[in-house]
Ligand binder design. Structure first.
Ligand SMILES: Cc1cc2nc3c(=O)[nH]c(=O)nc-3n(C[C@H](O)[C@H](O)[C@H](O)COP(=O)(O)OP(=O)(O)OC[C@H]3O[C@@H](n4cnc5c(N)ncnc54)[C@H](O)[C@@H]3O)c2cc1C
Length: 369
């Protein structure tokens, strides 16, 4: 199909900034470009009908790391790197809340918990290191971050005490993305959905973009495709699928908060009287290193099993729905925000931290241009 003269003139001509991907990063990048360049033509190209990666699929934890996650990070990163990462997550969350407002994203400061299996010594390890981690992160908080509480939730197969983080919260992911999309449209930024960018090449003063529908030229190109980045030759990012399920509403649900289990490989929360539960990538790292959406029996069965035996052992529940999302991970737990060539930039590899750092990665990406 040939595009019309009008379509080409109004949508695809004189484009100053093109962003690939309408996830948290792409949308925040577009908004920051608009702040910097009030008159510029800004275009977002998105392969999905909706954003189709992780930003509309995630669990909505407004978190900066459980105690065991931070201890684990210290095994492969320096103290300074871990401190800076936590700081980035806290500042990013602050930016998200300031940009959209707590009411809009339904931010709830219910706190975060960590369950420890009765079959290993993770609890003892975390208990021993709690004060050290609290001291390390003290400059970032007014009060003690990590503490322990009695397990009053009726969880089984875990230690009597659960870790508690008073500064962790939760948001409504759908509301956040709806608000961001609305803001982008209100700021006169165009989004074309159902368009996959296949390749791009630098010219002297511009970049040529080839999509599955048309070609266009843009002055600058920002890539915000995270888990799909390797398809555009950003090889330091690998896809990592994450599977989720949600129960039907449960009467008198007493579980409130965000919960981490097994060093964060599993996570659950309350939402609308339901339990949203995800994780299990560690059961099949190789199989889940894919950018194809889908649910597997192996992981979904284990999610259901943990739900029955550990999280809701005394409660009848039914699974309402299952889905998956694609994250972008790599050897370092650090986002890549960099210039790739004269007119091309990227903000990718957000791991499982994009709710927290997505707003600032998007802003930093736009500020590189
Ligand atoms: C199940 C799950 C649970 C999670 N839970 C949390 C959590 O509780 N807290 C937290 O902080 N983080 C969480 N995350 C991580 C967080 O969602 C991501 O880090 C974040 O959404 C990444 O945002 P992004 O904009 O970089 O990428 P994405 O949201 O993946 O956006 C990239 C976009 O680019 C589009 N795209 C890709 N390739 C192309 C192409 N060639 N052409 C056009 N468009 C393209 C995709 O369709 C997609 O919409 C979770 C992730 C998943 C999957």
């Amino acid at each position: 199909m040939n595009l019309s003269y009008w379509e080409i003139k109004s949508w695809l001509t004189n484009v100053d900034y093109t962003i690939v991907g309408s996830g948290i990063v792409g949308l925040n990048c577009a908004l920051q470009l608009r702040r910097r360049f009030p008159k510029a033509n800004i275009l977002i190209l998105e392969k999905g009908l909706l954003p189709q990666g992780a930003s509309t699929k995630n669990a909505g934890f407004a978190c900066f790391g459980s105690l065991s996650e931070i201890i684990d990070d210290l095994e492969s990163h320096t103290e300074e790197e871990v401190f800076q990462l936590v700081k980035k997550r806290i500042n990013g969350l602050q930016l998200l809340r300031e940009n959209l407002g707590d009411k809009t994203i339904d931010y709830k400061p219910f706190g975060g918990y960590e369950l420890f299996s009765s079959h290993d010594d993770l609890f003892e390890k975390c208990y021993a290191k709690k004060d050290y981690i609290n001291t390390l992160l003290k400059p970032l908080f007014s009060d003690e971050i990590f503490s322990f509480k009695t397990n009053d939730f009726g969880f089984k197969n875990c230690k009597e005490q659960v870790g508690f983080n008073q500064f962790e919260g939760q948001i409504d992911t759908g509301k956040m993305m709806e608000a961001l999309l609305q803001k982008v449209l209100q700021n006169d930024i165009k989004i074309l959905n159902g368009i996959t960018v296949n390749s791009f090449s630098d010219d002297t003063d511009s970049v040529k973009i080839s999509t599955d529908n048309f070609e266009l030229s843009t002055k600058k190109l920002c890539i915000a495709t995270n888990g799909f980045a390797s398809k555009l030759n950003i090889d330091s990012v690998k896809p990592a699928r994450a599977q989720v399920l949600i129960t039907k509403p449960i009467q008198d649900l007493h579980i409130k908060g965000t919960f981490h289990l097994d060093q964060g490989y599993y996570y659950f929360r309350n939402i609308d009287d339901r339990i949203l539960f995800g994780g299990g990538r560690n059961l099949d790292f190789n199989g889940e290193e894919t950018s194809e959406f889908g649910e597997t029996e192996l992981i979904q069965n284990e999610l259901e099993n943990i739900l029955k035996t550990t999280i809701l052992p005394e409660t009848e529940f039914e699974i309402d729905h299952r889905w998956s999302g694609i994250m972008g991970v790599g050897s370092q737990k650090k986002a890549i925000v960099e210039q790739l060539s004269n007119h091309v930039y990227c903000g990718v590899r957000l791991g499982g931290m994009g709710v927290a750092i997505g707003s600032s990665v998007g802003k930093d990406l736009a500020d590189l241009v």
